[in-house]
Write a protein that binds this ligand. Structure first.
Ligand code: SAM
Length: 251
């Protein structure tokens, strides 16, 4: 997986690229991340990348020439790669990032992430953009944090980045339900006990317990998910039990 980032604040990425799973994946050559300082593509000696909006109004806008020069440079620098990059503008106006979109982006194999600033970017750059992506319905000061979210979520799917393949397949948003609750040592803490069944060693029982608790988690935290899925007989039975138990608990 290759990711190129265009930003006016390259050092913002230092932390994320030097810690944890992503940093290891870069060292192992599983992902390649290159940061491009937009100011290097400015024409003048002051390295100007922004200007006032035509028509008036508040704030500044990122100029088209440095951005388009940066995109073109990235494309030519790696032109020996068979694929062409998928160019993304991080924007509050874009498609909301969810797990389905993350998997879609992972399949592109080469992403260019444009981080906007100020009031955004000159509209003419959009001719060079394949998709606008938003990380939620709120406005950030810049696209860098959004780019980090995309990198983190997408790179988890690169082979070998997350060691336990199973955890990728069984987590929230990859199955019908949210993930089940997890416990680790100690067995008892502040009078709170780990559920007996998890200590039983009976794998079938543990599997059924986890399915029911995943359904409970979903019912309690994201009941909307349950409206849009088909349930098996067993899942329906567990959901009915969960509803009864939770109603009883509330009384
Ligand atoms: C202050 S915002 C510009 C907002 C723009 N004037 C608007 O109302 O759509 C500056 C930059 O932050 C980034 N940004 C802000 N909110 C975002 C979000 N929810 N998702 C992704 N990027 C975002 C974009 O790159 C944007 O160009």
């Amino acid at each position: 997986m290759r990711i190129d980032i265009i930003t006016i604040f390259p050092t913002m990425f230092d932390g994320m690229l030097s810690c944890g799973v992503i940093s290891r994946a870069i060292k192992d050559g599983k992902i390649m991340v290159k940061i491009w300082d937009l100011r290097e593509f400015a024409f003048d000696k002051h390295k100007t990348v922004d200007d006032k909006p035509y028509g008036g109004g508040a704030g500044m806008v990122l100029k088209p020439e440095p951005l388009i020069r940066a995109i073109r440079k990235i494309k030519t620098e790696h032109k020996r790669d068979e694929n062409s990059p998928f160019v993304i503008y991080l924007s509050p106006q874009g498609k909301i990032l969810n797990q389905k979109k993350v998997l879609e982006l992972y399949k592109k194999k080469w992403l260019v992430l444009i981080c906007g600033r100020y009031e955004g970017i000159d509209e003419r750059v959009m001719r060079f953009v394949n998709e606008e992506i938003s990380i939620g319905e709120y406005v950030l000061t810049g696209g860098e944090v959004a780019a980090m979210v995309v990198i983190d979520a997408v790179c988890r799917y690169v082979k070998g980045v997350v060691k336990e393949k199973e955890s990728l397949l069984k987590e929230s948003f990859m199955t019908k339900f949210l993930d089940y609750p997890q416990y680790t040592r100690p067995q008892v803490y502040m009078n709170m006990k780990v559920p007996e069944v998890l200590l039983s060693g009976d794998h079938k029982k543990i599997q059924l317990y986890r399915l029911k608790e995943a359904i409970r988690n979903t019912y309690k935290k994201r009941p909307d998910i349950l409206h849009n899925i088909r349930l098996s007989k067993l899942e329906k039975k567990f959901l009915e039990e969960v509803i009864t138990e939770e109603n009883r608990r509330r009384k």
